[in-house]
Structures are given as C-alpha cells and as structure tokens.
Design a binder for this molecule. Sequence first.
Ligand code: NAD
Length: 424
Amino acid sequence: MKKSNPWKVALQQLDIVAKRINLNSGIHDKLKHPKRTLIVSIPIRMDNGSIKVFEGYRVQHNLERGPAKGGIRYHPDVSLDEIKALAMLMTWKCAVVGIPYGGAKGGVVCDPVQLSVGELERLTRRYTAEISIIIGPEKDIPAPDVYTNQQIMAWMMDTYSMTVGYSAPGVVTGKPLEIGGSEGRVHATGLGVTYIVEEIVEKLKLGKPEHLKITIQGFGNVGSALARFLYERGYKVVGITDISGGVFNDKGINIPELISHTRNTPYHIIRGYKGKAEIIEDYKKANHRLFETGTDILIPAAVENQIHRENAGRIKARVIVEAANGPVSPEADAILNKRGIVVVPDILANAGGVTVSYFEWVQDLQAHFWEKREINKELEKVMRSSFKKVYQTYKKEKCDMRLAAYILAVSRVARAVELRGIFP
Ligand code: NAD
C-alpha cells in the first residue's frame, strides 16, 4: 500500500486542530514551519578502507516551551519529510504530558544491519560532531529511536563531551546507567501505556481486568514490558503477534513464560514458543487473526500504519490504545471513529518514554539520581493526570480522543508562542 507523505499528514492534522480552536493564523503559520532543519553529510571510512558518505538530519520543530527533545533513527527509508513530521509530533507529545520541551527528531539514511560495529561507531561520532552545533543539554537532547540504542547514545555523549571539553551526560537520554542513564527508562513506555489502559478501563467501565481480553501487536521493548505489567495486574492477554508469527490463548497467555522464551531466542522472537497456546507461524495471518477476532482492548505496539483504510472496517475491538507511533492511519481513524471504537492516541499513550527521558535529563543536570520507585511514582502521576485532562477535553469538545489530545497540545504551544512574542 502506498504510504502517504508523513509531513503532509502532520500539516493536515495541525490544520484540523487550528480550525477547531480558532488558532491565530500567524501562530498557525509559525507552527507549520520547523524552527531549524539541519542536513549534514557524514563521510566515514569503511572497514575495507573506502570512504562512504551518508546523509543525516536533525530537525527542531519548536522550542517555545523548552529545549528540543526527540530520538535519532537509523534506517534506509529515513527521509527529511518523515523527520520533520516526527519532530512536530514530539512537540505535541511533550506538550500533552506537560514536560518542558519542544519537539525534535534526527535520522541518518543507512542500513545499520549492514554496518560493522566499528562503522556504526564512526558514523555515530561523525553525525554527532556534525549536529553538535545545534544540540546540547540546554538546546536539544537526542534519544534512541528505530535502530539506535544505549550504546549509540553512549558514543553520542562521549563525542559531544570531547567537543566541549567536559563530561556532558545531559546531552542525550537513554544512556546506560553507568554513565548517567536513568533507572526505569527501559520499561517506561510499557509502564506508561499500562497506566493509560487502567484509566480507560475505569472511565469507560469496561469491566474487571480478569474479564477483559487484551491483544498486543509487537513483543519488543514496549510490547513485552506492557504485556508483563498487564499480566501482573490480572489482565488476560489473549493474543500477541510479532514479526515471526503469533500466539493465542483465550484463557490468557503465560507472559513471564513467553518473555523467558523470547529472551532465549537469537532475535527475541515468539516463534518456537512451546507453552499453552495456539501458534501461527506467519505474521500476516497472525495479525489478521489478532485484529479481526474480537477483543476488548487492542494495543498496537509494533510499527506504523498497521490499521489502515483496508482493514479498519474489520477491526473487532472496543478500544485501541496506540503504544506504537502512528499505528492507525488518518483514514482508518475516521472509519474507527464512525464505528464507535475509541482510539487512545500515541502522543498520550506512549509518552511514558519521553517522560522518563525528561527525568533522566533532570537527574543528569543535578548530578543526583533517583530510585526506581520514585521514578515510577512520578511517571504514574504524569500519565494519569495527562490522561484525565485529555479525557475531559474529549468529553467537553465531543470529538475523538486524538483530536482532544491535539487540542490540548497545540493550545499549550500556541499560548507559549503568544506569551513569548515574536522576536525582534
Ligand atoms: P522493538 O523493535 O523493540 O519491537 C518491535 C516489535 O514489533 C518486535 O516484536 C517486532 O517483531 C514487531 N513487529 C514488527 N513488525 C511487525 C508486524 N508487521 N507485525 C507484528 N509485529 C511486528 O521496538 P519498540 O521499542 O518496542 O517500539 C515499538 C513501537 O513503539 C514503535 O512504533 C516505537 O516508535 C514506539 N515507541 C517506542 C518507545 C520506546 O521507549 N521504545 C517510546 C515511544 C514509542
């Protein structure tokens, strides 16, 4: 299926909100333009002695509410339009949970799977050096995203620190604990989604955890963590898919057992699971079953655009909670809305990750580290109170929950623009 241009979609989304809140046209125009867009070329020496040049980007969409925040992705399909759209999304995500950041995103067009560890390190260090003119603990704080991880953040932190001449752990988040990372970061997104599930279950009076069926697409960092948190709270997870297939058990899947199985497989996949469940070893068929056999709560936690124009009419769920970024296309959103399926949007549901990233940055700046219990407590406060505000807006505005979250976020950013005024 042809993918729509993500930047055009982001602008359309903004137009809809602007109209709804009667946004001043000048502020609307300002928000349509990223504040800074940096395109860099990254020449690196490959292991065979040749030189290869990669293209990289760092886009800062808006800095009105604080320094910029957003991940770095390494992927062959990275494009400037995608990075601009994701930077804008970060502006709204930080605003909806009320953390004092603007939005940014970065990316390098490359296939990390084809690079050796040495090439990946040289690519990361040169990319960091190239964008170091606009990043920094007070300016713009990158984090991991698709195909970037703690090690890459450690190289970024080291490169930046070498440039400025002192250790600057606050320049990136998602670092290893040993060099200023935060407790609780690895599971923060999954835990944040769990709080959102609890809130929506209560608000919509969906029933007791043990009577509810939950299905999850994706069993990686986010999917497996949230499955475990839900399982520990007594929810019945009856279907899970990943890129290797799916497991289904109407009585509830034994999540700790499945996690221990995936930990012991080379690519952490669910294929080969021998526990009590029906196994489907084809991810397309497994997703089909996941989406189209009835469930109370469906949680896409894999990749974008999984629920689209073609399958939205057949989704059987009462509620969809978007743990992944952009799993529901705008066309699907309209169809689901008409069918009365409530969608809790990504900018709210998966904001636990950026929230604990914010805690990591605060700890780095203070050189004082908190305990995991404290971090989870603070995360819970942020997620539950943000949900309540979005829910109130959803009721008051009689719109869908995505629009409610955008109304809140865009209004907050617009107010910051208004208060600060236009320079000079
Ligand atoms: P991950 O790479 O750890 O896991 C992705 C999972 O999705 C894997 O289990 C993979 O097998 C599965 N998958 C991929 N394609 C699939 C398909 N077509 N059908 C079924 N399963 C498929 O990634 P992650 O960190 O868990 O992130 C998942 C999503 O959550 C992404 O959209 C990401 O942008 C979003 N997100 C992650 C974080 C975070 O803190 N990691 C924060 C916010 C949002």
